[in-house]
Design a protein around this ligand. Structure first.
Ligand SMILES: NC(=O)c1ccc[n+]([C@@H]2O[C@H](COP(=O)([O-])OP(=O)(O)OC[C@H]3O[C@@H](n4cnc5c(N)ncnc54)[C@H](OP(=O)(O)O)[C@@H]3O)[C@@H](O)[C@H]2O)c1
Length: 243
């Protein structure tokens, strides 16, 4: 059945791919902050809606989410504007979306949030990490400390909420190679990178997976068909967000 979908961060590299997959068979509204992006959204079979995570009030987002089945959050400052902007988009912007969903009257949409692999308490190293994972984790934290910190704060906030259903997808490093339809999913390692096409495919598949509620799902490049990997992870029911 066609669903009503809102994508926050609609002109992002992953979001545009997602709109191209879902737009033809569902009703997709893509939230963007730049009027010049409207034509790209329409070309992806979605409807543009102008709102800014930094400037627009939470009530505008609530209005946009009213009647939606699923809200995707795939926005981010992308390292532009220093830590202040990372905090206001990746953390405060995410909380604005969580609050806006909570304020929807009647049936609230599910949230599918794009986070990132290895977002966690830096002191708690997951038991399955290899020496290579640990070295990569240290290197990444050295390069993008503010990003990891504010994503962690947003995710900690989300996992405490139970007023709406949510699922997190936590990709490793992204690349722009053509998708393979395959990945390594759940309690995986931190590499190799994954194609944005494949992340969009996984996000689109999560549309029909209400049973993924409450799960954070790690995904990196790999050899398992994405539907199969997601299904195994969801059936196992062990979240990858370890606090
Ligand atoms: N890059 C990686 O290797 C990596 C790894 C793991 C996870 N992730 C996460 O994956 C997600 C998607 O990645 P991506 O490559 O698609 O990111 P992207 O292309 O940078 O897209 C992010 C989108 O967020 C939008 N945005 C920024 N500030 C906004 C605001 N104030 N209000 C509304 N929208 C705003 C941007 O709009 P404008 O186009 O107007 O700037 C942009 O379209 C992000 O959440 C990222 O953190 C990335």
């Amino acid at each position: 059945m066609p669903k009503k979908i809102v994508i926050v961060g609609g002109h992002g590299n992953v979001s545009l791919r997602l709109a191209r997959i879902l737009g033809p068979s569902h009703s997709v509204t893509s939230i963007i902050r730049t009027p010049a992006h409207e034509d790209d959204i329409k070309a992806a079979s979605a409807t543009p809606l102008l709102l800014s995570l930094e400037e627009s009030p939470v009530t505008d987002f609530t209005k946009a989410f009213h009647g939606a089945d699923v809200v995707y959050f795939s926005a981010g400052a992308g390292g532009k504007g220093g830590e202040e902007r990372t905090k206001s988009v990746d953390y405060e912007g995410a909380l604005k979306v969580f609050d806006a969903i909570e304020a929807v009257e009647g049936v609230r949409p599910r949230l599918i949030l794009v986070s990132a692999i290895d977002v966690r308490d830096p002191e708690k190293i997951p038991a399955h990490y290899t020496e290579e994972d640990k070295a990569l984790a240290t290197r990444v934290r050295g390069h993008i400390a503010a990003y990891m910190k504010w994503k962690y704060e947003a995710d900690k906030n989300l996992v405490k909420r139970d007023a709406f259903k949510w699922t997190m997808l936590r990709p490793g490093g992204l690349n722009n190679e053509p998708g393979t339809g395959k990945a390594s999913i759940g309690r995986t390692h931190l590499s190799p990178t994954i194609s944005r096409d494949d992340v969009a495919t996984a996000l689109a598949m999560l549309l029909e997976r209400e049973d993924a509620a409450g799960l954070a799902i790690d995904i990196v490049g790999g050899d398992t068909p994405i539907a199969e990997g997601l299904d195994a992870m969801i059936k196992k029911g062990e979240t990858d967000f370890l606090g």
